[in-house]
Design a protein around this ligand. Structure first.
Ligand SMILES: NC(=O)c1ccc[n+]([C@@H]2O[C@H](COP(=O)([O-])OP(=O)(O)OC[C@H]3O[C@@H](n4cnc5c(N)ncnc54)[C@H](OP(=O)(O)O)[C@@H]3O)[C@@H](O)[C@H]2O)c1
Length: 309
């Protein structure tokens, strides 16, 4: 990759996964967020700078220095409940950052990681051709940001991804992804209640990183909106059972419950994506997006290596 390197805006689960993948391929990667990421980024050859991406003047100064060839927008707010309580702030942050980075990096390939929440959850399968209809403030903010970005930046891509999962350490305090939270609880022998009426197509963070890297490198023009979901459509309860079996803990620690009884009550029943256009792209040829059993098998050693706490 060329000297300008890649700027990754947001250093959470998805941002650090993408930065790690890019850095391992020899790219010059700068991650930004307001606070440092949980894990030091120099461990995998990237660097981190403090930036509030909603501060357009600070963004201009940073982009003036870095002149990145590629930008990945993976910043928050990503908490669906917080966005519901703060809809104006959520929209302002997502649209404002999309607008300003499109203007500040007009020649860069920009990939924005978007979400299945642009759909209302009534359909079990959402392709790139499915009509959008966000049912919550988070989905409305992300859709508005997609539109702002795609209108301003001809080389930009909105990559909508399903629920992302990966490893998070036991001492993280609050686990941000369902897999990590489930795995740590099950390892401690704690019961897990999970909805059996909410469906998703989970995707491993390493696979999100692999696909994003391929799109950033693609020479050919790309469709403006692409979908990335895993190959398995599972309920959270079914997925929790898969995690329990991979960790070799009793699967009856998992209790299937109605979504209405859980913190997911206000979430769409279906959070599923199918990447019809993505699958046809030469840029991603040869990339295998792994299913939940393979994902659990790959991640289990990282969860079983640490003391159960
Ligand atoms: N995780 C998923 O399952 C999933 C699925 C679909 C789409 N997405 C999208 O992917 C993106 C990242 O998700 P994630 O799970 O990695 O989220 P996350 O773990 O909450 O990370 C968000 C990151 O953005 C940073 N951030 C928030 N506001 C910022 C600002 N004003 N300026 C600079 N950095 C800011 C946060 O750090 P500070 O707060 O310290 O600034 C944090 O590093 C989100 O846009 C989300 O909509 C995620």
């Amino acid at each position: 990759m060329s000297a300008g390197g890649t700027l990754v805006v947001g250093s959470g689960l998805v941002g650090t996964g993408i930065a790690r993948r890019l850095a391992s391929a020899g790219d010059r990667v700068t991650l930004v967020s307001r606070r440092p990421p949980a894990l030091p980024v120099d461990a995998y050859g990237a660097r981190w700078c403090a930036l509030d991406a909603t501060d357009a003047r600070a963004g201009r100064r940073l982009l003036g220095r870095l002149r990145p060839d590629r930008v990945v927008l993976v910043h928050g707010p990503s908490d669906v409940t917080w966005c519901e309580d703060h809809p104006d702030e959520a929209r302002a942050a997502h649209v404002g950052v999309a607008d300003s980075f499109a203007a500040l990096a007009p020649d860069a390939r920009i990939v924005m990681i978007s979400t299945d929440n642009v759909f209302d959850g009534r359909s079990a399968h959402n392709t790139e051709h499915t009509a959008v209809s966000p049912a919550n403030a988070y989905g409305r903010a992300k859709l508005a940001a997609e539109r702002a970005l795609l209108a301003a930046s001809p080389r930009a891509v909105a990559l909508r991804v399903s629920l992302v999962y990966g490893h998070e350490p036991a001492d993280a305090g609050k686990w941000l992804n369902f897999f990590a939270s489930c795995a740590h609880r099950l390892r401690r022998g704690e019961p897990v209640e999970a909805p059996d009426d909410q469906w998703t197509t989970p995707v491993l963070v390493d696979d999100v990183a692999e696909v994003t890297t391929a799109l950033l490198r693609a020479g050919e023009p790309l469709p403006p909106v692409l979908h990335l979901g895993g190959p398995d459509r599972v309920s959270r309860a079914e997925w929790a059972g898969v995690i329990a079996r991979a960790l070799r803990v009793p699967a009856d620690l998992v209790t299937p419950v109605p979504r209405a009884r859980t913190r997911y009550a206000s979430r769409p029943a279906n959070a599923c994506l199918t990447g019809e256009l993505l699958a046809a792209l030469p840029a991603v040829e040869g990339i295998t997006v792994r299913g939940v059993r393979e994902g659990a098998r790959l991640l289990a050693p990282a969860f079983t290596a640490a003391p159960a706490g």
